[in-house]
Design a protein around this ligand. Sequence first.
Ligand code: 13P
Length: 255
Amino acid sequence: MSARRPLIAGNWKMNGLRADARALADEIGTLRKNKSQDAFDLLICPPFSVIETVGHVLDSTGIFLGAQDCHTAEKGAHTGDVSAAMLKDAGCSHVILGHSERRTNHKESNELVKQKAIAAHNEGLIAIICVGETETERENGKTLEVVTAQIKDSVPEGARADNTVIAYEPVWAIGTGKVATPDDVQNVHGDIRKTLAAKLGQETADGIRILYGGSMKPENAKELLALPDVDGGLIGGAALKAEDFWAIAQSCPSL
Ligand SMILES: O=C(CO)COP(=O)(O)O
């Protein structure tokens, strides 16, 4: 079991019109309000279009609000993009960066993810930096090599426990129902922490939370969240159902 306070983060991806988003946030907020002594942090990352709507609903629930991407620049001629300053202004405390859906579909490099993380840090946002291998990389025995390179090259030198979270999301496990075995997850998370320690110093690495993401559900959450280097989850599909998201959070070991 980890000594770090677990973070259960919902990545809603491109889901949620205003009425649905409001209803879902309200359901989660109500569950949270009934339990004020939780041994975990909760975070919801809705699409840009409903950030403010969800933020209003979450007000005074203690649930953190985040976004799913940001630009490297503070402002300027970047049609369609949103800056870290704008997210902060809209009430966000966190931003997911380098999700595999962006690394793949938008050709985001490690260097770009790092520049986005620096932009997020400059605005006082917590960057959730995603890493993870593809199925082919895994089959070729390249998991640790790929993830180590992603950590080395996507995490800024200024990363600390209070401004950075890592999410290990094996690409082949996202939205597929396939989940990495607890042994594999612990092995990769342990390796990520070693890489962070070499890059940032042992003490900093010890405090940084490393989340697992990829088909995390109420049925498998307890076993995953009990692993020594798993400090929470980044949840996709199951975050769109309040009771499943809450059940996952309830699976966190108590501190
Ligand atoms: O990509 C994910 C979270 O960022 C995981 O998605 P699923 O939980 O739907 O597999």
